[in-house]
Design a protein around this ligand. Structure first.
Ligand SMILES: C[S@@+](CC[C@H](N)C(=O)[O-])C[C@H]1O[C@@H](n2cnc3c(N)ncnc32)[C@H](O)[C@@H]1O
Length: 276
């Protein structure tokens, strides 16, 4: 990376440590923790439809938060390692794996150090909803993803659309707020007293980056990842704009009649096999 983002990582880790207990308590029901503990597969409808059959696959789940998706992937038959840089998230993830009797390995560490921290090569790198916005350098991230994959292994990614991240809603109107590309050394610094779950949280600083789609795609090309498909979606996993409504599958949409825009982006990219 061209710039040392240590301070941003430290501030973000404090913010995520703070959110773990609140999200695990799940007072708003956003995370469906009780249903999950009772055995429900809580993968969202987009990833559930797109990720495919994971039985027997070695999966690296990057930025796994407190591990519920990692455990759901393991329940589907994958051999899963979850990684997150929040020690409190990893502790809670291990506790949930114990409570649910699921065999998942959880590793504490920064995504950019994942190759050194995780053993062996993976069939699938899985990373969803609220991930690369916390990462300053998408080119370095793609290199890490590629380094984790076996030849022929794939990345599955779904997250908020970079176009949406430039926007915010003021008085019911969607307006342009942020530049479309955030410089590595000038992250967007904000502080909010409410988590995306609707829970009250401490006003801690977040440091985030918007990565244009072309930067992502060029990062994959540079890392030797071939794009299998890419899709845009008009719903997403959290209420980014204030007046969104929750659909029957728990996803958030703009109100009826509002001109639609892509709110989420999903893709699969595969590591090229060596030509010989
Ligand atoms: C929005 S959450 C991911 C949510 C997850 N998909 C879920 O549904 O629970 C973002 C996670 O990224 C982690 N994170 C942020 N920056 C990171 C970094 N540089 N390395 C590792 N983990 C990071 C945070 O600790 C947090 O758990």
């Amino acid at each position: 990376m061209a710039h040392d983002p240590t301070t941003a990582f430290e501030r973000n880790r404090t913010l995520w440590d703070d959110r773990v207990a609140v999200h695990r308590r799940d007072a708003t029901g956003f995370y469906e923790v009780e249903d999950f503990l009772a055995g429900k597969d809580i993968l969202g409808p987009i990833e559930a439809a797109e990720v495919g059959d994971v039985r027997g696959l070695r999966v690296a789940h990057l930025q796994c938060h407190f591990g519920m998706d990692s455990i759901c992937l393991a329940r589907r038959g994958a051999i899963v390692t979850g990684l997150d840089f929040s020690p409190l998230a990893i502790a809670e993830a291990r506790e949930l794996a114990r409570e649910t009797g699921t065999d998942v390995q959880f590793v504490e560490g920064n995504v950019y150090e994942a190759r050194a921290l995780l053993e062996g090569a993976f069939d699938l790198v899985y990373t969803t909803w609220g991930t690369i916005t916390w990462l300053p350098d998408v080119t370095a991230w793609a290199q890490v993803v590629a380094s984790l994959l076996k030849p022929g292994g794939s990345l599955y990614f779904v997250d908020g659309h970079p176009m949406m991240q430039c926007l915010e809603m003021i008085d019911g109107q969607i307006v342009l707020r942020f530049d479309w590309r955030t410089p590595i050394d000038r992250p967007i610094v904000e502080s909010s007293g409410t988590s995306y779950t609707g829970d009250k949280v401490a006003h801690l600083e977040s440091h985030e980056w918007i990565h244009p789609m072309s930067d992502m795609l060029n990062a994959f090309i540079g890392a030797g990842l071939r794009l299998d498909w890419i899709r845009e979606h008009t719903r997403l996993a959290w209420p980014y704009f204030p007046n969104m409504h929750r659909d029957e599958e728990g996803m958030y949409r703009l109100t009826e009649g509002h001109p639609r825009l892509p709110l989420a982006l999903s893709l699969k990219a595969t590591k090229e096999r060596a030509r010989g």
